[in-house]
Write a protein that binds this ligand. Structure first.
Ligand code: ZN
Length: 140
């Protein structure tokens, strides 16, 4: 696989509006994207520093009591905090095949449409040094 850069760092939050305010007003970051992902049951916000580059992705479940929602479950079990790291690749399908060939446990064997319309797929933390890893292939 060929990691191009760190696309974003995913953070689970209890209240996305409050979290956005914190990142904007306390840290001086700018909101570059906000989206409700109905199929994943979450609201997401992307913020970057003033120079852009790597973003912070804030995620809040639409329904905090949905036991099938992975972010709601994460918040309940571990509280707010670092959820995943996303690496940008140019060919996500090829990257997944390569990682699978190396015996890594994939959560998604096929890429799916994620935030910002990009193709995404997750790799299990058990296979990635304890970090939930997301691969991202931007769609132009
Ligand atoms: Zn992400």
């Amino acid at each position: 696989m060929n990691a191009e850069n760190i696309d974003h760092i995913g953070v689970a939050v209890e209240n996305i509006d409050q979290a956005i305010k914190f990142y904007q007003e306390v840290l001086g970051m700018k909101l570059v994207h906000f989206e409700v992902l109905e199929d994943r049951g979450i609201k997401v916000a992307f913020l970057t520093g003033q120079n852009g580059e790597t973003a912070i992705e804030l995620m809040e479940p639409i329904n905090h009591y949905d036991i099938n929602n992975t972010v709601a479950k994460f918040l309940k079990n571990r509280g707010q905090g670092l959820h995943h790291i996303a690496i940008k690749v140019s060919d996500i399908q090829k990257s997944l095949e390569e990682l699978s060939g190396k015996g890594l446990q994939l959560i998604d064997t096929k890429p799916r449409k994620g935030a910002r319309g990009h193709l995404v797929a997750f790799v299990h933390p058990k296979s990635a040094m304890g970090i939930l890893l997301e691969l991202v292939q931007p769609q132009e």
